[in-house]
Design a protein around this ligand. Structure first.
Ligand SMILES: NC(=O)c1ccc[n+]([C@@H]2O[C@H](COP(=O)([O-])OP(=O)(O)OC[C@H]3O[C@@H](n4cnc5c(N)ncnc54)[C@H](O)[C@@H]3O)[C@@H](O)[C@H]2O)c1
Length: 295
């Protein structure tokens, strides 16, 4: 049991790689708080964990709101008595479309969830971990999109780059507290965020999107999160670990493997809200009528 006696919080723990991490952490002996915007999937994930005999609970959380992050940390303390591991993983696709059509509101929504949410998580988990005096591990989900210019939408990529730097800067600041801070940079992972219905189709596409012949799964990210949460990685901090089946190792050829629409050719602008249960807010660029979703 690599996480026996540990208490972990996983944001975005109701779906995808967060949900797989909740299961892995719990199976390794951790008590786990699932913190997610989506109340339905969050409650289902907690019920599923409890039915399997795991010690898990759910709190509805919007990671973009400081009050919610404080309540999330307080929930871990009041339910399990401490906090050892925080996985800042919640995310959405956020703003899409050409830069000339991207509004300040689309930018703010994307940065609020992806970057400010991570900042708030680090800030409040640190206060508790410092008080406990036994260190801790904070893990942040970035993306290969934060490493270069062609792996994700523009605002999303900028926010993920911010997460990588935030992880390194916080790791330096918190080292004397023995609080480790690391980022994980997933490549293409088949989750509800990426498939919107056609799971098998996206699995086939993702299996061809990098040198490794199998598609990326949430479990692949959960395994690295477990390593970073456990004492096996006790001298690892300020690192951004790429988990992408060789995608970035391949370099410039990767765009040819998995061609996608260039943003400037996009017919839509607006924000996608992933698995939150909230409808996307997209505008069709060549039409005057707003549209609720991309086709
Ligand atoms: N799937 C990929 O290919 C991929 C690649 C690189 C990075 N990522 C990142 O991995 C993380 C997890 O993504 P996933 O693929 O498992 O997606 P997912 O949609 O399956 O899960 C994301 C979860 O985050 C929750 N969430 C969204 N906004 C929230 C908010 N404001 N507050 C709290 N919870 C919120 C959603 O409700 C959902 O349960 C995200 O940060 C994403 O950007 C994903």
């Amino acid at each position: 049991m690599r996480l026996a006696e540990k208490v972990a919080v996983v944001t975005g723990g109701a779906s995808g790689m967060g949900l797989e991490t909740v299961r892995k952490f719990a199976a390794e002996g951790a008590k786990v708080v699932i913190a997610d915007f989506n109340e339905q999937t969050g409650a289902e994930a907690a019920a599923d964990g409890t039915a399997k005999g795991f010690d898990v609970s759910f709190i509805k959380t919007d990671v973009a709101r400081e009050h919610d992050i404080e309540a999330m940390c307080a929930h871990a303390l009041s339910t399990y008595g401490r906090l050892d591991v925080l996985f800042n993983n919640a995310g959405v696709g956020g703003a899409i479309g050409p830069i000339t059509e991207t509004t300040v509101e689309d930018w703010d929504y994307t940065f609020d969830v992806l970057a400010k949410g991570v900042f708030l998580g680090i800030k409040h988990a640190t206060k508790i971990m410092r008080r406990q005096g036994t260190g801790g591990s904070i893990i942040n989900t970035a993306s290969v999109a934060g490493l270069s210019g062609d792996a994700g939408p523009l605002v999303y990529s900028a926010a993920k780059a911010a997460v990588i730097n935030l992880s390194k800067s916080a790791a330096v600041e918190l080292a004397l507290d023995r609080i480790r801070v690391n980022a994980i940079c997933p490549g293409y992972i088949a989750t509800p965020l990426t498939h919107t219905g056609d799971l098998e189709g996206i699995q086939r596409a993702f299996a061809k999107s990098q040198p490794w012949p199998d598609f990326g799964r949430g479990e692949h990210i959960a395994g690295v999160a477990l390593f970073l949460a456990s004492d096996d990685s006790q001298f690892v901090t300020g690192e951004a670990i790429v988990v992408d089946g060789g995608l970035t190792a391949e370099g410039p050829a990767r765009s040819r493997r998995f061609p996608k629409n260039a943003p400037r050719n996009s017919r839509y602008s607006g924000v996608t809200k992933g698995s939150t249960g909230v409808t996307n807010d997209l505008r069709k660029l060549d039409a005057t009528e707003p549209t609720s979703d991309a086709d």
